[in-house]
Write a protein that binds this ligand. Structure first.
Ligand SMILES: Cc1ncc(C[n+]2csc(CCOP(=O)(O)OP(=O)(O)O)c2C)c(N)n1
Length: 514
């Protein structure tokens, strides 16, 4: 057995069942090993940002890491924006990055670069395997690092000779620590805050936004009357009819400040204290009011659900909580489509158990609002603000959950970063309906231009935000990659297209002309 074979067998034995790959020469032994040892599904992405974003989407659904396979520094660099999003989602992820053979590096061949230096700012754990006999142990350590709560990015760099030289065999997975229990004195302290009657917000993130955490939070709210609020952007939220409803802190600074105005206490539950995405002239960076005290019930890496459970018990919270009702509103009809009418249509037709990927940007608020009382679903968001993750995230989520419909709410500008994900969806036969929000612009940047106080934009500035010269042929792009597609310019066409997409068992793209 060579080093690469020992690594594949170690990863597969540690529960890493899928590798999202874009390989090159230095990774050929790893690729060859996939056929010889272990049982690992390998999914090809035609750009590294597809592989890394898909690994994120996969792990968000199964709570175990996928691996990526990337080609030296440039391959890693192409994938890093979505590694960044994964890290901000606290996604467990194992990146395997091939490198030149150890003795070849001194020659500074064209693909040579400082891979550790490139990986470090985007990884929680980085290691270069010294030789073939350490690769299996390093691979197991990478999985442990990735699985360490709340979920981390591990990057293992694999020199080509560490792949092809003789190894001793696979390594077992060392024990992985679970989330640290919350210290017992925190619970009565927070209970006192909740009983004080002062305006208090339970600010939720991470695993608090899955059904068990939300049910507990709902009980706490029922008992204490505090407000429930989620972070603006979240890895995965279980929501819809039958679940405890939670609002999201809005993205625009003024709206976020207004939402938190008057709060005296903010209790962090698997979240970080909220800050503005960007600084704006004359606006604060911290979003909670100056007199608001911030308390931590559980940090993201802590036992968030255990802490909620202990708090519910301490407060003697009722067992029954009000949950979101199924909302059935009249279906909008008419000529033009707006984000609101499109969102209402998606909300009405969303199948039970769908996974909704939200890279809708300026249309996101409408979709969040119109799917609040939709059939129960999971929502996956762009956690790190690096656009170009929607289509890859949907791809990975569909690989992880073959029995569930994935609906990708995808802004057009962001789609073009990683449009190749459609080809992977076609190749793997993935059940993803992409609702492509075709507004032919970087609309959000026009708002940002005003928010930062930039002077009246001229033609050259506005040209940086228009995507209509030439217009993109979305059905053509999709069909060119093997994905069925149709166009909707009216609500009637949108219903027809949504029905076609949702009925199909493979990938489908709807060019929704706004
Ligand atoms: C990797 C990365 N590059 C650039 C940006 C800056 N950026 C933020 S939003 C945006 C345009 C988004 O346009 P689109 O996806 O069409 O959504 P819309 O604003 O039209 O709703 C850009 C370029 C970013 N956030 N991330």
């Amino acid at each position: 057995m060579n080093g690469a074979e020992s690594l594949v067998e170690t990863l597969a034995g540690a529960g890493v069942e899928v590798c999202f790959a874009n390989p090159g020469t230095s990774e050929m032994h790893f690729v060859a090993a996939l056929d010889r040892v272990g049982d690992m599904r390998c999914v090809l992405g035609l750009f590294e940002g597809v592989a890394t974003g898909a690994a994120d989407g996969y792990a968000r659904m199964v709570d175990r890491p996928a691996s990526t396979l990337l080609h030296l520094g440039p391959g890693l660099a192409n994938g890093l924006a979505n590694v960044h999003n994964a890290r901000r989602a606290n996604t467990p992820m194992v990146n395997i990055v091939g490198d030149h053979a150890t003795y070849h590096k001194q020659h500074d061949a064209p693909l040579t670069s400082d891979i550790e230096g490139a990986a470090r700012p985007f990884s929680d754990w980085v290691l270069t395997s010294a030789d073939s006999r350490s690769v299996a142990r390093d691979g197991a350590a990478a999985v442990v690092a990735a699985m360490t709560p709340p979920g981390r990015v591990a990057t293992l760099i694999l020199p080509a000779d560490a792949s092809w030289n003789e190894a001793d065999g696979p390594a077992p997975l060392p024990p992985v620590d679970g989330p640290a229990p919350v210290s017992p004195e925190v619970i009565p302290d927070i209970a006192r805050v909740l009983r004080s009657g002062e305006p208090t917000v339970l600010f939720m993130g991470g695993h608090a936004l899955r059904e068990p955490g939300l049910m507990l939070a709902g009980r706490i709210v029922a008992q204490s009357g505090v407000r429930l609020l989620a972070q603006t952007l979240n890895a995965r939220v279980e929501r819809g009819a039958g679940r405890v409803a939670v609002d999201f802190l809005p993205y625009p600074v003024d709206a976020a400040l207004a939402t938190l105005a008057g709060a005296r206490h903010l209790v962090l539950v698997g979240s970080e204290a909220p800050v503005a995405f960007f600084a704006y002239p004359d606006k604060p960076s911290e979003l909670s009011p100056p007199r608001c005290e911030i308390h931590t019930l559980a940090a993201p890496e802590g036992d968030v659900v255990g802490a909620l459970e202990a708090l519910a018990e301490e407060l003697d919270a009722p067992q029954n909580v009000p949950v979101q009702a199924r909302e059935k509103r009249p279906l909008p009809s008419g000529e033009g489509i707006t984000p609101e009418s499109a969102a209402a249509a998606v909300g009405a037709l969303l199948p039970e158990g769908a996974i909704v990927v939200d890279e809708a940007l300026t249309a996101a608020a409408a979709f969040i609002s119109e799917t609040r009382g939709a059939a129960p679903h999971d929502l996956l968001q762009v956690t790190g603000g690096a656009i170009g993750i929607g289509l890859p995230l949907a791809t990975g989520a569909a690989v992880a959950s073959p029995d569930r419909k994935v609906v990708c709410l995808q802004a057009d500008g962001s789609a073009m970063y990683t449009i190749q994900a459609l080809w992977t969806q076609a190749r793997e036969g993935l059940d993803v309906t992409t609702v492509l929000l075709n507004n032919r612009s970087y609309a959000i940047l026009k708002h940002e231009l005003a928010s930062v106080g930039a002077d009246e934009p001229g033609r050259r500035a506005l040209d940086m935000m228009e995507l209509d010269r030439p217009v993109l042929d979305w059905p053509g792009l999709a069909r060119g990659m093997g994905v069925e597609a149709g166009r909707a310019r009216t609500m009637e066409e949108l219903y027809r297209q949504l029905n076609a997409g949702l009925r199909s068992e493979g990938p489908y793209l709807i060019d929704l002309v706004l």
